[in-house]
Design a protein around this ligand. Structure first.
Ligand code: 13P
Length: 403
């Protein structure tokens, strides 16, 4: 664990060297403050993360604010190769690099996507990949003012000593991997760990999830990446919405406890929570207004207003449910930007329209724009479900889903 003094050691390469550190009081010289306080939060990129050069437009706007901008949200396509294989298998395609490339290229070159999408989370393969025409995938994003992001966790493994729960790997070597991702154009990161309600969750699993997220967030910020903090509370189980509320409050309180202990700069993070809903096998469904009420109550109790954005995951909800719930959450002002970072709830109808056929690419891109626009309207609180297709209404929950 870190020593009692948190003085930043690698500031020599900082473009911000000589500037005021994040928690140094205005007007105090660094020498006098160093004599009094030796705590320096965030790192050499703290100003870039929060308030200076946007890497795409090179204007003076904030990176987090670019991602959390009105009417836009995140397209998550960071499935590991194994999970991407499941998506491809659903339309009869083999899990080859060429098929993954064709699918991701289709998504990232959708004309007009940047109007509704502010960031896209990629898997490592895509971050370093080009289109079949030789253009870098990250350049396709930048052209549309979409910030490239990267999944940095290494997936879930069983957590010994717990109730059959899991923990998320990936801290070893994370600093050097993050620096490479930054050089490749990534400006934000994602780390997804999960908490299972039917398994308890045990105190050990919650603590491990929260500590891992906090270490990851500190390392990401130190390497110029805005961390998305994602403790997914799985939909699995027959529990009530009140149980989910209780667990979500417990999980987020631990996450913020450790984020603070690791000196993570709250202004430079984004959250990716699950919505507070009943378990997938609970006897009663909750309507969007109830889900919005519970979810916002939980977040207002646990998330400081310094955090700029809440970007929900869809977690197996149908495309339409995920959009309706987001719409319900934006019916009155919130302390943070409340938006989406969906994978399944943006990709389902795209895959169905595509079927792996080149002649369907245009129709598939149209399907993506339809979903992206619907969620953009939901972010603005102006969505109507009228005319939604039957496919958009189909749930996508899979028990014990892995990502
Ligand atoms: P969905 O739950 O929306 O499929 O995505 C989860 C995720 O973490 C994608 O980055």
């Amino acid at each position: 664990m870190a020593s009692a003094s948190f003085v930043k050691l690698n500031a020599s390469s900082s473009p911000w060297i000589g500037q005021r550190s994040f928690n140094q009081r205005p007007g105090s010289s660094s020498r006098s403050s160093a004599a009094r306080v030796s705590v320096i939060r965030a790192g050499s990129y703290s100003e870039e993360l929060v308030q200076t050069a946007d890497p795409i437009s090179r204007t003076s706007v904030s990176l987090v604010k670019t991602i959390a901008s009105p009417g836009r949200g995140i397209l998550a396509i960071d499935e590991s190769n194994a999970t991407c294989g499941k998506r491809l298998a659903s339309i009869g395609l083999d899990n080859t690099e060429a098929n993954r490339q064709a699918y991701r290229q289709l998504l990232l070159t959708t004309p007009g996507l940047g109007q509704y999408i502010s960031g896209s989370i990629l898997f490592e393969e895509t971050l370093f990949q080009s289109t079949t025409d030789g253009k870098k995938m990250v350049d396709c994003l930048r052209e549309q003012n979409i910030v490239p992001g990267i999944k940095v966790d290494k997936g879930l493994v069983p957590l010994p000593g717990s109730n059959n729960e899991s923990w998320c790997q990936g801290l070893d070597g994370l600093a050097s991997r993050s620096a490479e991702y930054y050089n490749q154009g990534a400006r934000f990161a994602k780390w997804r760990t999960v908490v299972s309600i039917p398994c308890g969750p045990s105190a050990l699993a919650v603590k491990e999830a929260a500590w891992g997220l906090a270490r990851y967030a500190a390392i990401s910020q130190d390497n110029g990446l805005v961390p998305i903090v994602e403790p997914e509370i799985l939909l699995d189980g027959d529990h009530s919405i009140d149980t989910t509320l209780e667990v979500a409050e417990r999980v987020w309180s631990e996450v913020f406890y450790y984020l603070a202990e690791n000196n993570v700069m709250f202004e430079g993070i984004l959250l990716k929570p699950s919505m507070v809903t009943p378990g997938a096998d609970h006897k009663e469904k909750a309507d969007p207004e109830t889900i919005a009420k519970y979810t916002l109550t939980m977040l207002k109790r646990r998330v400081p207003p310094a955090v700029p954005g809440i970007m929900f995951l869809s977690g197996g909800q149908s495309e339409m449910e995920a959009t309706l719930n987001l719409h319900a959450m934006n019916q009155s002002p919130n302390p943070w930007h409340v938006s989406f970072s969906y994978a399944r709830a943006l990709q389902n109808s795209v895959l169905k329209a595509w079927q792996g056929r080149p002649e369907n690419v245009e129709a598939a891109q149209k399907a993506l724009l339809t979903r992206a626009k619907a969620n953009s309207l939901a972010q603005l609180g102006k969505y109507s479900a009228e005319g939604e297709s039957d496919d958009a209404k189909k749930g996508m929950f899979v028990k014990g889903y892995t990502y």
